[in-house]
Design a protein around this ligand. Structure first.
Ligand SMILES: NC(=O)c1ccc[n+]([C@@H]2O[C@H](COP(=O)([O-])OP(=O)(O)OC[C@H]3O[C@@H](n4cnc5c(N)ncnc54)[C@H](OP(=O)(O)O)[C@@H]3O)[C@@H](O)[C@H]2O)c1
Length: 343
């Protein structure tokens, strides 16, 4: 089969389309004929490498993918050949208290397809049967690849970590990022007011079309001042941050008393100086968040299938043009998801 393979970390030229054997599903697993696979910023980390982190090279990237179940491994009764599915990107392989309690992402063995093992940038992929999310007959397979990782991440950030309330005033940074498109929709769906920031007027406009109440281009306007005015000087109740050093230290000052800042990433850099005075003075919560539980993903999937939440597709490329797709994500031109068409 054809698969994108990474043998060493580096620029776009380390992404090779190669012929490799079709993987066989083991007990409890299924093989999927992949239709679509979506890029996440995580794919760019997998390609570039992360200091101090070891990826299982050579490997096939791709955390998000959809397709049709093509072969069942031994003992699988929960699925059938021909079933149209999305895939939960996070998996566990051993029983644990965390899994039993539905806190899958906190278990020590938690892994992510396309990061800790082979993923879906390929014609076929093998996944655990419990990771299948059956999709309705009329639900498009491209949309099915476009939502799991980012909507799960944003859901866990807002609903579980921040305990979002309808009266919250929420700031979502980088409105066009996959996580932020999801966060904007999830916050609006639960009655909160949302302000977004983005690096261009066009992305701000698209953020408003995605449901945000207010938006600023942080390159031409000071978003902290804009947030102060938007909240009538009270400050923000919630900040969704994955930008890191460029936004997080200022965010602490922009929060209201009792505010929560939740972070799932540090795209602009991880090392930063933080003044902790407002943290205790204003009783703030600084919350870390990674992925979420299988239960959360199943819950939000229903809302996606009912049209209450809708991933935004920025662009589509054939699998063979994976390097072009990575370039588009890295150049920050994207609003929503970049997809690779497989079959
Ligand atoms: N922990 C988790 O579970 C988890 C899950 C998903 C994602 N993440 C992390 O969250 C971040 C966002 O992921 P994503 O997939 O939503 O990203 P994405 O779709 O690639 O969007 C990233 C956006 O961030 C903004 N940005 C700000 N500073 C940047 C910089 N220095 N370099 C590049 N972009 C910058 C850009 O928008 P503007 O041009 O408008 O500023 C860019 O379009 C990533 O760091 C990712 O690794 C973590």
């Amino acid at each position: 089969m054809q698969a994108v393979r990474i043998h060493e970390h580096g620029s776009f030229d380390v992404l090779h389309l190669e012929d490799i054997p079709i993987p066989e599903p083991g007990p409890g697993e299924v093989r999927i004929k992949v239709a679509w696979t979506a890029l996440n910023h995580l794919d760019t980390w997998v390609r570039r490498g992360v200091p101090g982190h070891k990826f299982p090279l050579p490997m096939t990237p791709g955390c998000d993918f959809s397709g049709v179940v093509e072969k069942l491994g031994e003992g699988v009764t929960s699925s059938s050949e021909g079933q149209r599915v999305a895939v939960a990107p996070g998996f566990n392989t051993v029983p644990s208290v965390e899994v039993a309690e539905g806190r899958h992402n906190l278990a020590r063995d938690y892994g992510i397809y396309g990061e800790t093992c082979n993923g879906g940038n390929a014609e076929f992929a093998v996944v655990r049967a419990e990771n299948l999310i059956p999709i309705p007959d009329d639900f498009p397979l491209d949309q099915a690849a476009a939502f799991p990782l980012t909507f799960l991440t944003a859901w866990h950030m807002l609903m579980t970590r921040c305990q979002l309330k309808p009266w919250d005033k929420v700031l979502v940074h980088a409105a066009g990022s996959g996580v932020s498109v999801a966060a904007t929709q999830i916050a609006k769906l639960h009655g909160a007011s949302v302000m977004v920031t983005a690096g261009s007027d066009e992305k701000v406009q698209l953020g408003l079309e995605n449901g945000a109440d207010y938006g600023v281009n942080y390159r031409t306007e000071d978003w902290t001042k804009a947030a102060k005015a938007w909240t009538q000087k009270a400050g923000l109740d919630v900040i969704v941050d994955h930008v890191g050093v460029d936004t997080l230290p200022k965010g602490i000052w922009a929060l209201a008393k009792g505010g929560r800042l939740v972070t799932c990433g540090v795209t602009s850099g991880a090392e930063m100086e933080i003044n902790f005075a407002p943290v205790f003075f204003k009783s703030l919560s600084l919350l870390g968040s990674t992925m979420g539980s299988l239960g959360e993903l199943k819950q939000l999937s229903k809302l996606v299938f009912e049209g209450e939440l809708s991933p935004i597709i920025d662009s589509r490329f054939p699998l063979a043009e994976v390097a072009k797709a990575h370039k588009r994500v890295s150049e920050r031109q994207v609003f929503g998801k970049v997809l690779l068409h497989v079959s």
